[in-house]
Design a protein around this ligand. Structure first.
Ligand code: UD1
Length: 341
């Protein structure tokens, strides 16, 4: 029997791509998802991609009884990749309790279940948001974690801290805290990708929906930053490269003695401005995008991108896909979506 890996939020954007990478690497992914922010038909797409239907349990990760019932069925499991969380920064400001309850609550349920069933390996979905308004433009894992600008960001900082404390206390857990930069793109097959609910907050879904005619025009949030072209700089990473790093992280954890805890930045190591990204999108997809430069969005960091040296050294990982690939794949995926929620 292949090694089983529990993937919470396995029907979500990064989760679904990780499920495919796990399967391709010879694992049997078991998905826990309540489809609050994903679509059940993604499972059909995963089946199309993998040739077998993935094992899925429709479970809210805040529900300890339901989660432990699932864990009880996979006591031979190799590890847990915990994606399930709410992620809309703006919503977290309006409804902070929802974010603490779900993001922090779910992690506690998962940690208790791991302890009960003696599961040792945890890969946790964190974010570069923990660096906040960093003094450094290129952040390493040693860069200070700043006080969060949003409740969402604070849940990620809190979850990281809980995992560290749990490892210190229990000594029988191994974990990677993976800090993602800006995940974009979609599976090259066009079968899975990002499905934002309502009006997208993130740049690339807004661009693809504008190119498709769902949105009239994109507003670039600020053209007067202290960057070469005046727009914000971010580190946009293809979701498949990101997904692959999870498989490597899990393999690495399996090879380590417990206790173990480490942090890795997952980005490309390259900064791209909003205008550069728009131009690349237009070039690779041979179209013109309707956009204007507008006011700054409050809370936006001027520029941040990853130093990826550590992930390279530890996991022997680097990105295969370019920015152009990611933007071609995003557009291909967008064109195939029948209807948006
Ligand atoms: C945001 C979150 C971050 C989260 C990440 C997930 C904030 C403050 N941060 O990062 O915590 O982990 O998403 O991907 O919300 N932009 C426009 N016009 C738009 C949309 C975006 O110009 O319509 C610009 C933004 O100003 C920014 C860049 O595009 O410079 C990227 O924005 P976005 O995709 O929202 O990601 P982040 O804000 O970097």
């Amino acid at each position: 029997m292949n090694k089983v890996v529990i993937v919470t939020g396995g029907a979500g954007y990064i989760g679904s791509h990780t499920v495919v990478e796990l399967f391709n690497a010879g694992f049997t992914p078991v998905l826990l998802d309540d489809f609050r922010n994903s679509q059940p038909w993604i499972i059909d797409r995963l089946e199309q991609l993998m040739g077998v239907r993935p094992l899925v349990h429709e479970v809210d990760c805040q529900d300890a009884i339901a989660v432990e019932e699932v864990f009880a069925r996979y006591t031979n499991c190799d590890g847990v990749i915990h994606f399930a969380a709410d992620k809309a920064v703006g919503e977290s400001v309006v409804n902070p309790v929802k974010y603490y309850q779900n993001n922090v609550g779910s992690l506690c349920v998962i940690l208790n279940a791991m302890k009960r069933f003696h599961l040792e390996n945890l890969v946790f979905s964190s974010s570069c948001t923990v660096y906040g308004e960093s003094d450094e433009i290129v952040v390493t894992e040693e860069s200070p974690v700043k006080s969060a600008v949003s409740p969402y960001g604070d849940t990620k900082i809190t979850c990281e801290r809980i995992i560290r404390y749990q490892i210190e206390a229990e000594q029988d857990l191994k974990a990677f805290l993976l800090r993602y930069f800006n995940p974009i793109g979609a599976h090259p097959s066009g079968l899975i990708g990002e499905l934002p609910q309502g009006v997208p907050n993130n740049l690339v879904p807004y661009i693809t929906q504008t190119a498709k005619g769902i949105r009239e025009k994109l507003t670039v949030f600020g053209g007067d930053y202290h960057t070469p072209d005046g727009t914000n700089i971010r580190d946009y990473i293809h979701v498949c490269d990101l997904a692959r790093a999870h498989v490597l992280a899990l393999n690495y954890l399996s090879s380590k003695e417990k206790p173990f805890c480490d942090v890795l930045n997952l980005g490309t190591g390259k900064g791209t401005s909003v205008l550069e990204l728009i131009t690349t999108f237009e070039d690779v997809n041979e179209l013109k995008l309707n956009y204007t430069i507008g006011d700054r969005r409050s809370g936006d960091v001027e520029q941040i991108y990853a130093n990826t040296q550590k992930a390279k050294e530890v996991l022997d990982w680097s990105c295969d896909f370019s920015l152009g690939d990611a933007l071609r794949h995003s557009w291909q995926w967008e064109k195939g979506i029948k209807e948006h929620s």
